[in-house]
Design a protein around this ligand. Structure first.
Ligand SMILES: [Cu+2]
Length: 130
C-alpha cells in the first residue's frame, strides 16, 4: 500500500498542469537559435610577377576577413605586411592561400620581403581598411 501511495504522488506531479511540462520547452532552444558570428569575407587572387603585385591595392571595410590566394608566376617572393605582422613566403611558381582579419583602419603598405631581382624594391602594394 505504501508503494501505491508513492506512485500516486509521482503521477500527480507529472500530470498536474503547471508543474512539470510548461517552461521547459522554451528554455532548451535558445543556444541553437543564437546566430553564429560570421565575418564578412573577401576573397582575392593575387599574382606576383614581373616585380608587381596584381592587384596592388586592396580596399576593404574594417572587420573583413581577407582570404588571399597568392600565385607566383616567376621567382620566389614574400608578401610582407609589416603593420599586421604578416609575412608569407611564396616559393617560385607556387600558390599559397593565406587569410587574416583586417581589424585596423588605415592605409598599410606591403612589399616583397625576398630579394627577387632588380625590381624587388618596386614590388609594393597598399591595403586600405575603411
Ligand atoms: Cu622581391
Amino acid at each position: 500500500m505504501r508503494r501505491f501511495a508513492k506512485w500516486m504522488v509521482l503521477a500527480a506531479l507529472v500530470l498536474a498542469p503547471g508543474i512539470a511540462v510548461p517552461g521547459q520547452e522554451g528554455e532548451a532552444a535558445p543556444s541553437e537559435t543564437e546566430p553564429a558570428e560570421e565575418l564578412p569575407t573577401k576573397r582575392i587572387k593575387m599574382y606576383a610577377e614581373n616585380w608587381r603585385w596584381v592587384p596592388d591595392v586592396i580596399r576593404v571595410a574594417e572587420g573583413t576577413r581577407l582570404v588571399i590566394d597568392f600565385v607566383s608566376r616567376d621567382a620566389s617572393h614574400s608578401f610582407v605586411l609589416k603593420d599586421y605582422q604578416i609575412k608569407v613566403p611564396l616559393p617560385e611558381r607556387s600558390e599559397k592561400r593565406f587569410e587574416f582579419v583586417a581589424d585596423r583602419k588605415g592605409e598599410f603598405k606591403w612589399r616583397c620581403g625576398r630579394p627577387c631581382g632588380n625590381g624587388c624594391p618596386k614590388m609594393v602594394g597598399k591595403l586600405i581598411v575603411e
